[in-house]
Unconditional design. Structure first.
Lengths: 436, 92
């Protein structure tokens, strides 16, 4: 199944189950998809970018390899914002996935295709990638469970880099049972990714008895989302979970710090796309070095990719480095400390996942870049600090899903999985009626 | 002013991206607005220590054992090659 087919199917709200019956599982135990920035041998890996058109990796990314070894059938790659640069999956060179609950609305980003696949295809596991919220956001918009592990828990070997100190491979699915089942499969040390070698053994036990709600994450939230969130908090209390209201003042610096670090890292990572090594090849061999390299980058990078490369290159430049890049690293440390202080007494920090309901495409078109960046203020803090987090559907407004985000201390994935399972046994998820 | 069009022009050159007049104007305005909002970072307290990763990462060295996982010929096939050599732009 090609990427185009995923887009086409999302467009039509087509039932994948029929197609799966047709192709069968070919002796495999389960089927899964991978976000298009994860390399695999039998599909192009384009990461939503035109500059990677035609790139066929000669190897499998470690998480894909591990899923296959467990008996999984990779049925396709899912659409995404170019290199992960976006909140609404509208920045792909290969079409825009549409929200299964309402085709006029966004799936969220950047793992929008993964969230749509997890929502539409029964019993499906979608591998997603999060740098600043790219699993939680689309999970929230598409009404599925989105799990992002601690930074370094899952090997990044074979992942097309966005921000090396921020990228995390995770899972999107209709149920947290899949997270319990497949997180141990994709986790583990991998000598091809040294950051994965720092991890302690994955512990899937643990329990959330008390959660904290920072006041900074309940401001600037739409009334619809806030109503669902407050109802969810009441339900948590009924379930015997203590809810504590707190303040985390350093969170106000999270979004700028994140965007400085993410774009700085992205601008160096994207230097490799120069028309010579991957994807689109430049044939103007008689041109000078700079002309040769600049041509495909100017012609093939999308609007948001250029914006982020410019912002990141600027933040690292002599004279500005201390003001932006180094300061952002310091702020990340401050926020980690503040989180850890909260985790001394509480098991998880909870908030809405996104500040508004899934946006309509016409609303997105009129948003300025800064406005879009600022919409990530709820998902950025755990991503910046490498904390494991998940989004679960916690309510529906006007038939649109609303997500609740829970963040745990680094390496405490087990607590979050238990939390999601506990939630699921008290709250029923809805999935949209799909028609052929 | 956090950034002016002249600086954006210089940044674009460093980043090997050619900007049209329209792009230069638009990105200059966007970056100005973004950096203006991000100036809140100036108010953040300093932090005595920081790392380049959010988790502690130690240097772990593996034994340098020769191995061949991907045939170099496969990698070469992904690029422009002439007589088994990779082609690139002219140097001089």
């Amino acid at each position: 199944m090609s990427l185009e087919r995923f887009i086409e199917a999302a467009d039509k709200h087509e039932v994948f189950a029929d197609r799966l019956k047709e192709i069968g599982l070919d002796g495999c135990k389960f089927h899964f998809s991978a976000k298009d920035n994860l390399c695999s041998t039998e599909f192009q890996a384009r990461a939503g970018s035109r500059i990677l058109e035609g790139y066929r990796p000669p190897f499998d990314a470690t998480p894909i390899k591990k899923m296959r070894e467990e008996g999984g059938l990779l049925i396709g790659k899912t659409n995404m914002d170019e290199f992960g640069f976006g909140t609404f999956s509208v920045n792909s060179a290969y079409g825009v996935p549409k929200n299964p609950f309402d085709p006029e609305r966004s799936c969220g980003g950047s793992s929008g295709g993964a969230a749509a696949a997890a929502c539409i295809i029964p019993d499906h596991v979608a591998l997603g990638v999060s740098t600043g919220g790219s699993i939680a956001c689309p999970a929230s918009f598409c009404g599925v469970v989105g799990f992002t592990p601690t930074y370094g828990r899952v090997s990044r070997y074979g992942l097309i880099d966005y921000g090396n100190s921020l990228d995390k491979v995770g899972i999107l699915s209709r149920t947290s049972k899949d997270v319990r089942k497949f997180l141990p499969v994709i986790s583990g040390k991998d000598e091809r990714d040294p950051t994965s070698c720092a991890q302690p053994q994955l512990d899937m036990s643990g329990k959330v008895a008390e959660v904290a709600v920072p006041s900074e994450l309940t401001q600037n939230i739409s009334a619809e989302v806030m109503t669902c969130f407050e109802n969810a908090l009441k339900k948590l209390e009924e379930m015997g979970i203590k809810v504590r209201r707190i303040s985390m003042p350093s969170l106000k610096y999270a979004t700028p710090a994140y965007y400085i670090l993410a774009t700085s890292e992205a601008s160096t990572n994207l230097a490799r796309y120069c028309g010579m090594r991957f994807g689109v090849m430049n044939e103007d061999f008689d041109k000078s070095f700079n002309e040769f390299f600049s041509k495909p980058r100017s012609e093939e990078f999308g609007d948001e990719a250029k914006r982020r490369v410019l912002l990141g290159t600027f933040s690292r430049m002599v004279g500005f480095r201390n003001k932006y890049y180094i300061k952002a690293l310091q702020v990340r440390q401050l926020i980690i400390r503040e989180y850890n202080k909260v985790f001394e007494e509480c098991d998880a920090v909870v908030s809405p996942t996104m500040p508004f309901l899934p946006k309509r495409f016409d609303e997105i078109a009129s948003m300025a870049p800064l406005e879009i960046y600022q919409a990530d203020f709820l998902t950025v803090p755990p991503n910046l600090t490498g904390m494991p987090h998940l989004s679960v559907p916690c309510g529906y407004y006007d038939n649109l899903p609303v997500g609740l985000q829970a963040v745990a201390a680094q390496w405490n994935e087990g607590k979050l999985v238990q939390f999601a399972e506990n939630w699921e046994s008290n709250f029923e998820y809805k999935f949209p009626e799909v028609s052929l | 002013m956090a950034i002016d069009p002249k600086t954006v022009e210089r940044v674009a050159k460093v980043a090997r991206i050619n900007l049209t007049e329209e792009e230069l104007k638009r990105y200059s305005e966007d970056l100005e607005e973004i950096l203006e909002a991000f100036s809140i970072l100036d108010e953040a307290p300093e932090c005595d220590s920081f790392d380049f990763n959010p988790v502690n990462v130690e240097n772990i060295l593996r034994d340098d054992e020769p191995c061949l996982e991907i045939d170099p010929a496969v990698l070469r096939d992904l690029m422009h090659t002439v007589d088994d050599r990779v082609r690139g732009p002219r140097v001089i």
